[in-house]
Design a protein around this ligand. Structure first.
Ligand code: GDP
Length: 295
């Protein structure tokens, strides 16, 4: 997993120094591990569960040497994150993806990257500019669609997002698109409005495109650490979230937030953003992630 150097340096440097610096497994040793995991932004709750589990493993297996704990710690983290195999069902069926997220998290960029990658996989992709609040957002998505070589459905700034989705669904059906990716809003300061807007969009898709497979993905900025977790919880109150796109992991040592999201929220991180270019979006795999952080 490329792009995780900062998180890796943060966690591994600490962890390795503990495993070599302690001669016995004692309370202080566990406290050091806790501190490193919290610094890596795994969050208090997740960290506590991991360390409890580690203690249990150490006891059960009668381990005395701290150097033998590294593998156990990795296992504990993996088990905390375990949500089974990550599914990308939308790659195999006619699909509509609603992408939501607050300004600046990398929502439009992620829509562009995803569109480009699916296009490269031979799929017919349409993007919809259903975040109509800012003209700049529509322009930016138009630029991404051009770069990705996919069709875009847009109206002018201030138009009804549901009307854009209506047009986009009609286009997806008539052009036989494999996937329709809708860049939708994420203004959390008015949750009731956001909820209504998403409901209206969903009703249109239910009615006009009932056989399409659907997902709602939230885009979160990985550099905001625990705030990303708070934001995810807020979005869970307004919509049925099926997955997370965690961005900007290249620019942060807080990548451990991916562990907290899967462990505390039970929602899969489907993609991670590791840069600004079209290729800098990767499918997320918890096992590979843990390996990348510790090796
Ligand atoms: P939006 O307001 O949520 O649509 O956010 P944008 O897509 O406009 O992205 C905001 C900024 O974050 C832009 O400068 C993007 O290039 C940048 N960005 C998005 N994703 C990533 C990422 O994974 N890594 C890095 N380094 N920058 C990113």
């Amino acid at each position: 997993v490329a792009g995780l150097q900062k998180t890796r340096d943060n966690i591994i440097a600490g962890v390795d120094s503990i495993f070599s610096g302690f001669s016995a497994i004692d309370e202080e040793f566990y406290e050091e591990i806790e501190e490193i995991l919290i610094m890596g932004d795994l969050g208090i709750q997740t960290t506590m569960s991991i360390v409890e589990d580690l203690k249990k493993k150490v006891k059960e297996q009668g381990i005395k040497d701290p150097s033998e704990c590294k593998q156990l710690l990795m296992d504990s983290i993996r088990e905390q994150m375990d949500l089974g195999e990550n599914a990308y069902e939308f790659e195999n069926r006619k699909s509509v993806l609603l992408i939501i997220g607050v300004n600046g998290v990398g929502k439009t960029t992620s829509v562009g990257k995803l569109a480009g990658q699916m296009k490269d996989d031979g799929k017919k992709v349409i993007v919809a500019a259903a975040d109509t609040f800012r003209a700049a957002a529509i322009e930016q998505l138009t630029e991404w669609a051009r770069r990705a070589g996919v069709d875009i459905i847009a109206q002018q700034e201030g138009s009804d997002p549901a009307a854009v989705v209506f047009d986009a669904v009609a286009a997806a059906k008539s052009r036989q698109a494999d996937v329709l990716i809708c860049d939708t809003a994420g203004r959390l300061h008015n949750k009731k409005n956001l909820m209504e807007e998403l409901k209206k969009i969903n009703r249109i898709i239910d009615k006009e495109y009932p056989d399409a497979y659907r997902e709602t993905l939230v885009v979160l900025d990985g550099t905001t650490g625990q705030n990303a977790l708070v934001q995810a919880k807020q979005f869970m109150e307004v919509a049925d979230i099926t997955g997370i796109i965690l961005t900007k992991l290249d620019g942060t040592a807080k990548g451990g937030i991916a562990v907290a999201i899967q462990s505390e929220l039970g929602i899969p991180v489907k993609y991670i953003g590791v840069g600004e270019k079209i290729d800098d979006l990767q499918k997320f795999n918890a096992n590979e992630f843990v390996n990348a952080l510790f090796h």
